[in-house]
Design a protein. Structure first.
Length: 190
């Protein structure tokens, strides 16, 4: 029996293409959320370091790094928002707890996006002249980092508690105790 195998993770054989939602068992939204989440948390950390180093040359370096990371996260979040909206539209039946949880997740993440856009607007006018992160930008990045953690937790609840959009490539189980691995598109041998 193999102790290390990643082929089932990479195969698209037997998976139905679902447009912006990705493939069955391989949705596009979750992996696109990782970069904005990390970017917004790193921005807050870099901003705190920048404020600590206000009188040092590296204070402005951390402010600039935070700004670049924040902008990169905002750009990738557009893809996450688009695929998340498609998941909401196609997969969340009205009147269900899953739909209400999706709505809470969406509202939280839209709030984060608005805060991030405001934060970018605050940072850019004096970008090259700042010796450290301005107080308003620090507050915005800290609030965005806190809210993105809450929004990600709500999103995780959808997957792990409700099984929202969790589907396999076909008849193969998500996980099976047998020693015989079933790859997408394969059936268990009698």
């Amino acid at each position: 029996m193999s102790k290390f195998s990643f082929r089932p993770s990479l195969t698209l054989k037997g998976r139905k293409f679902r447009g912006l939602r990705g493939f069955s068992g391989k949705p596009l939204h979750p992996p696109l959320t990782d970069i904005p989440i990390a970017a917004y948390v790193l921005t807050a950390i870099f901003d705190v370091i920048s404020v600590i180093g206000k009188n040092e040359s590296w204070g402005s370096d951390f402010f600039r790094a935070a700004t670049y990371v924040l902008i990169a996260g905002a750009i990738v979040s557009l893809g996450a928002a688009l695929t998340g909206a498609m998941d909401w539209y196609r997969s969340a039946p009205k009147g269900t707890q899953a739909r209400r949880t999706v709505n809470a997740h969406a509202i939280t993440m839209i709030t984060v996006t608005v805060l991030v856009l405001i934060d970018i607007a605050v940072r850019l006018p004096d970008f090259g002249a700042q010796d450290a992160t301005p107080t308003i930008a620090l507050v915005l990045s800290l609030v965005a980092a806190l809210l993105v953690a809450i929004g990600a937790t709500i999103g995780g609840t959808l997957v792990f508690d409700y099984g929202f959009n969790v589907e396999t490539a076909g008849d193969s189980p998500v996980w099976h105790e047998s020693d015989v691995d079933l790859l997408p598109g394969q059936k268990k041998q009698p």
